[in-house]
Design a protein around this ligand. Structure first.
Ligand code: GLU
Length: 468
């Protein structure tokens, strides 16, 4: 059997606000294509001119690039393929697969009201559908028709959804879909089918809000001589309160996460787990994810956004990151806080010191401020309040001990231990006033590590000012 060349696509409508959950719909088809050494296509479904925006397109493209979802073809804009859709519509009419329908809006409304009154499901009644031996009504003057697809009558559409299992919809449920509006512009479901066929898509992996469109799309596809792709309909991503994600209830875009100091790999790892799992793996690399990704490990129930978990993952990635790489990622955040990373302590060292406790790049930048601020100008009162007379002799001995330290963390630690033993005091009694003398705060990472970054001379200078 020939091995199928897998082709998947992400086909977003660039309308409204693009939140993180939207990009999950890009991640799975991307991973499936990569896993199978196939192609991943980005198609922008921008035919809704009123609601589509370039801003939304940019958010999608930038977000995907930031997260490392590389595309093989595209972005392909549907608006640039209108001629192709029109040509297919023309061919379908000529081949008797579609037909013009002159029923006016008014007539349609009347029909619907009547059907509702009879407790029937509202549907187009096939008035203009040509059938052998059937007389069509006379064409009204001055009315531009819509084009309707001749949906099969009888039987049903069956597909084996890779997530939801077998789905069967009776053709009686489906009326003749409008595929072109009176001005000739093609409608949404029709464009999707032409594209999926033209782009030779083998697997359609998309949100389950499209399950209802699928039988219609399959029928059109078959009428066009195509064989339907595998469909995998993903359950929605709900927000942390179990509601549909939207800007109104606080959903954030990828850009917002970037600005808030999240790492792209952490976000990708997080998104991967929103509806897919591999045993109990929670933290994994992008390569592992691609390696493990199979459609049959997609979840069937809605995934729920969990901001705490995302923060926890971000922390994992920050903690495990290489300090030099992390420092590069942190620089823009540090610069925003006015830190001159090129002057003062070595920024990589500073980041290395802070990364174990930080959840975001912003937290690292905040923590780094301490090391780039000039020596504190403590007032007499501040010194009196924070550095007791009783500890001054120990501070003086510490200055002496530091002079002999060789600049390593171990040597600073030894200097502290020596003074603690000499004065029979405990670490906090000494470390707190030292921190205050160095930075005018008692909140700093471990003091020996801090000294490595600050440097021996600077530390001794600052300490000397409070013991005179
Ligand atoms: N454009 C559709 C959306 O954004 C997706 C269509 C599809 O994947 O078939 O919801």
């Amino acid at each position: 059997m020939a091995i199928m060349h897998i082709r998947t696509r992400f086909a977003p409508s660039p309308t409204g606000f693009i939140h993180l959950g939207n990009l999950r719909s890009a991640l799975y088809p991307w991973a499936f294509a990569r896993h199978n050494k196939g192609d991943f296509i980005l198609r922008i479904e921008d035919t809704d001119l009123e609601r589509s925006s370039q801003e939304a397109v940019d958010v999608i493209i930038e977000g995907m690039a930031w997260l490392g979802m590389d595309i093989d073809e595209g972005p392909i804009y549907q608006m640039q393929r209108i001629d192709r859709y029109r040509a297919v519509i023309k061919e379908m009419v000529e081949a008797g697969l579609a037909y013009p329908c002159y029923m006016s809006e008014d007539e349609l409304n009347k029909l619907r009201d009547q059907q509702m009154a009879n407790k029937e499901k509202p549907r187009y009644n096939g008035l203009w559908r040509p059938e052998p031996g059937k007389d069509l009504p006379p064409i009204p003057g001055g009315v531009l028709p819509v084009i309707r697809f001749k949906n099969p009558i009888g039987g049903s559409v069956i597909w084996n959804d890779a997530v939801k299992g077998q789905i069967e919809i009776s053709n009686d449920e489906l009326d003749d879909l409008v595929i072109a509006r009176p001005d000739g512009t093609p409608t949404y479901n029709f464009c999707v089918v032409v594209d999926d066929l033209d782009m030779k898509i083998t697997h359609v992996i998309r949100g389950d809000d499209h399950v209802n469109n699928t039988p219609r799309q399959i029928n059109i596809m078959k009428a066009l001589g195509g064989s339907p792709p595998v469909y995998a309909h993903l359950p929605t991503v709900l927000n942390d309160l179990g509601e549909k994600m939207s800007k109104r209830n606080g959903a954030m875009s990828v850009r917002d996460y970037q600005k808030a100091g999240y790492l792209p790999d952490a976000i990708l790892n997080y998104l991967a787990r929103l509806g897919w799992s591999h045993g109990d793996a929670e933290v994994f690399t992008k390569e592992q994810f691609v390696d493990w990704f199979e459609l049959d490990s997609l979840g069937r129930s809605p995934a729920q956004h969990n901001p705490e978990k995302l923060l926890w993952l971000n922390h994992q990635y920050i903690q495990n990151a290489d300090a030099a790489k992390l420092a590069e990622a942190c620089k823009p955040f540090a610069h925003q806080l006015g830190i001159d990373t090129e002057n003062g302590p070595n920024f990589i060292q500073v980041v290395g010191l802070l990364k174990d406790r930080a959840n975001t790049l912003i937290e690292i930048a905040e923590g780094a401020k301490l090391f780039y601020a000039s020596a504190p100008n403590l007032t007499k009162d501040q010194i009196k309040e924070n550095i007791s007379e009783a500890i001054v002799p120990a501070l003086k001995d510490l200055i002496e001990a530091l002079k002999n330290a060789d600049g390593t963390k171990e040597s600073y630690s030894a200097a502290f231990k020596q003074v603690l033993a000499q004065h029979q005091i405990k670490m906090p009694a000494l470390a707190m006033p030292v921190r205050y003398a160095l930075f005018a705060t008692t909140q700093t990472p471990a003091i020996d590590a801090v000294l490595v970054v600050l440097g021996k001379e600077e530390a001794i200078n600052r300490l000397s000012k409070v013991v005179v």
